[in-house]
Design a protein around this ligand. Structure first.
Ligand SMILES: CC(C)(COP(=O)(O)OP(=O)(O)OC[C@H]1O[C@@H](n2cnc3c(N)ncnc32)[C@H](O)[C@@H]1OP(=O)(O)O)[C@@H](O)C(=O)NCCC(=O)NCCS
Length: 314
């Protein structure tokens, strides 16, 4: 088995592996990975995707890639096909990750590396990260089956209304996100939340690019202070399968918390998806964010997977 630069390969070499990966995402996360897989294959053919491939007798059976975002490196994916002849696929995962981590840590100008590996059970791929000085945060992948019965809408505070997301909400939404995550554990995991320009980049990735499903404006909402006409909270939802929604962001400004606005935003999105015959709503949340976890449990979400987020600052 050899670990080689991903840019030696083309989509023809990678396609069978990505087909396997698409099946795993579907089984474990009810997520249609075909759009992401196609995008990865296009980048592979353009020879612009940095990463490594695990190769056995000319066959690619594992890969990991990363992207550069300014002075940050983000590990985008890691996948090793099950049922390969190798006795220990985790060993292959470790070797791929070690190559990726060392490359990023040695890249001039890279001061931060982030990774969130959803399909890998917590702890399973942590060894190379911990060995290289990464911090580990446990995250939950939670799902809510959407039955047919909608709950009556929650009464909102008098001054607040919930309305659908529009393009004009971009800037105020970025400001709301930045304020909502000040001092929050999630801004340790994703440093984009720490600044207005970072939050705008985050929104851009969610709304304009298909990396995390396809943004679904119909089930995305903002909570607005009626008189001041300012945004006090928001929920963004993407479509990750034909009938599955995924909450990519939900937050409420600190001074407007505990009025059940978070609950109302979640219920509004769930209600919209129910009407449109979606069967499932999913989200990810940091385990230490107990306030949010408790809210989701109360709404009927169940933990389907536990995974890790890793962060390194050099
Ligand atoms: C998570 C978050 C969106 C919740 O927003 P919120 O408007 O405060 O949420 P709610 O008021 O609906 O629910 C949370 C609180 O109300 C209580 N509550 C709400 N409905 C309740 C009910 N029916 N019964 C009992 N308690 C209830 C909760 O127990 C919790 O209690 P507390 O305020 O006394 O601590 C908000 O805290 C936030 O923006 N956090 C930062 C960003 C974040 O973590 N987002 C989630 C990332 S996955």
């Amino acid at each position: 088995m050899e670990i080689l630069d991903l840019r030696h390969f083309s989509s023809v070499d990678l396609r069978p592996l990505l087909e396997d990966e698409t099946q795993v995402w579907s089984q474990l996360l009810s997520w249609d990975y075909t759009g992401s897989a196609d995008m990865i294959l296009r980048y592979v053919d353009a020879k612009i995707l940095p990463g490594y491939a695990a190769v056995d007798r000319g066959r690619v059976f594992g890969y990991s890639f990363f992207v550069y975002e300014g002075s940050k490196g983000v590990i985008g994916d890691l996948f090793v096909a099950d049922g390969s002849r190798l006795s220990d696929p985790h060993e292959v995962e470790s070797r791929l990750l070690t190559h990726v981590i060392e490359t990023l840590q040695q890249s001039p100008g890279i001061h931060r590396v982030e990774a969130q590996l959803l399909v890998h059970e917590a702890g399973v791929v942590s060894r190379p990260f911990v060995a290289q000085g990464f911090q580990r945060h446990v995250r939950l992948f939670m799902v809510l089956p959407l039955g047919s019965t909608s709950k009556p809408p929650l009464p909102l505070p008098q001054d607040i209304e919930i309305r659908r997301w529009t393009e004009q909400d971009y800037q105020p939404a970025a400001a709301t996100i930045t304020a909502a995550y000040r001092g929050h554990v999630d801004s340790e995991i994703n440093d984009q939340y720490r600044t207005l320009s970072g939050s705008l980049r985050f929104l851009n990735n969610i709304v304009r690019f298909p990396g995390c499903g396809t943004f679904d404006p119909e089930s995305s909402f903002v909570a607005v202070h009626k008189r001041a006409r300012t945004l006090v909270g928001l929920i963004l939802c993407s479509r990750v399968r034909n009938d599955v929604g995924h909450v990519t962001q939900v937050c409420v400004l600190p001074e407007y918390r505990s009025y059940r606005l978070g609950e109302a935003l979640m219920e509004t999105t769930a209600g919209n998806l129910r009407q449109r015959k979606f069967s499932l709503l999913s989200l990810t949340v940091t385990e230490a964010n107990t306030r949010a976890v408790d809210l989701y449990i109360r709404l009927g979400f169940e933990t389907k997977r536990i995974f890790d987020a890793f962060v390194w600052e050099g």
